[in-house]
Design a protein around this ligand. Structure first.
Ligand code: TPP
Length: 267
């Protein structure tokens, strides 16, 4: 499927999932949709009929609160029925609001306590090297999440061990839970920081599918270093009233009316 159509379907189904509980992490789910669309249509070596396939690529959604966007993507890829999207966070669900490797087919790492996924991904990449498995490990972290010091320990480790099959995406939507990231604790200059840590580093428009695809291809062509792709994004991307809501879009409602209006925009 064309990535633009796929991203629209992911947005519609992300909101379907969030609407099932009436609220949730709308902003940071919608901001990573274009990345997920490109990753899962062009790059992720996965098999929905065999989610634990030994040599599959792995995605660590370190900003685990964006689970609904990943669930929509996985359901559309055929990892599980679309009807599961209507069960977000309900008793007995396979789709908790924050991702869990033990519950959801296609989810490769549990996350939700911010700051840990990058380290987990280093462990996965080192284990792959030991086992001789030639896969890519992708990580998605928020720029607010980078305030957690553990990320920078992971960055040191990744560079020291030359983890060149690891690509870290920073979803830089400039907002976190309490407001604008620059007001809470500025994390810039991210390009300079990742370069200084020894990463092959790029910065792109995180909603431009060609730019995302090209950046991943460029990263894969560089060996000997881990990769960081900083994506400038918009929190709530794709739905006008979420894009303009400000920092409140981090966790907000998806009422019947909002859901209907969003679907109208995403036709
Ligand atoms: C260790 C930890 N502290 C606090 C939280 C609560 N929390 C959930 S999302 C969030 C904001 C994260 O901001 P960012 O990484 O920029 O995510 P995004 O804006 O992309 O959703 C916080 C503080 C958490 N999940 N884990």
């Amino acid at each position: 499927m064309d990535t633009v159509l796929f991203s629209k379907e992911i947005r519609r189904n992300t909101l379907r999932c969030l609407h099932s509980q009436g609220s949730g992490h709308v902003g940071g789910s919608l901001s990573i949709v274009d990345l997920l669309a490109v990753l899962y249509s062009r790059h992720m070596h996965v098999d929905p009929t065999n989610p634990k396939m030994d040599d599959r690529d792995k995605l660590v959604l370190s900003k685990g609160h964006a689970g609904p966007a990943l669930y929509a993507t996985l359901a559309l890829k055929g990892f599980f029925p679309l009807e599961w999207l209507d069960t977000l966070n309900k008793l007995g669900t396979r789709l908790p609001s924050h991702v869990n490797i033990n519950l959801t087919p296609g989810v490769d790492m549990t996350a939700g306590s911010l700051g840990q996924g990058f380290s987990c991904a280093c462990g996965l990449a080192i284990a792959d090297r030991v086992r001789g498995i030639n896969r890519y490990v992708y990580v998605i972290t928020g720029e607010g999440e980078l305030q957690e010091g553990q990320n920078w320990e992971a960055a040191m480790l990744a560079a020291d061990k030359h983890l060149d099959h690891m690509i870290v995406f920073v979803d830089s939507n400039k907002m976190q839970i309490d407001g604008y990231t620059r007001d809470v604790m500025d994390v810039e200059d991210l390009v300079a920081k990742f370069k200084a840590f020894g990463f092959d580093t790029q910065r792109i428009n995180g909603h431009d599918h060609k730019a995302i695809d090209d950046a991943i291809c460029r990263a894969k062509a560089v060996s000997g270093k881990p990769h960081c792709i900083i994506m400038d994004t918009i929190k709530g991307k794709g739905v006008s009233f979420y894009e303009t809501m400000g920092a409140g879009v981090h966790s907000t409602t998806v009422t019947d009316e909002q859901y209907a209006a969003a679907l109208e925009e995403l036709k």
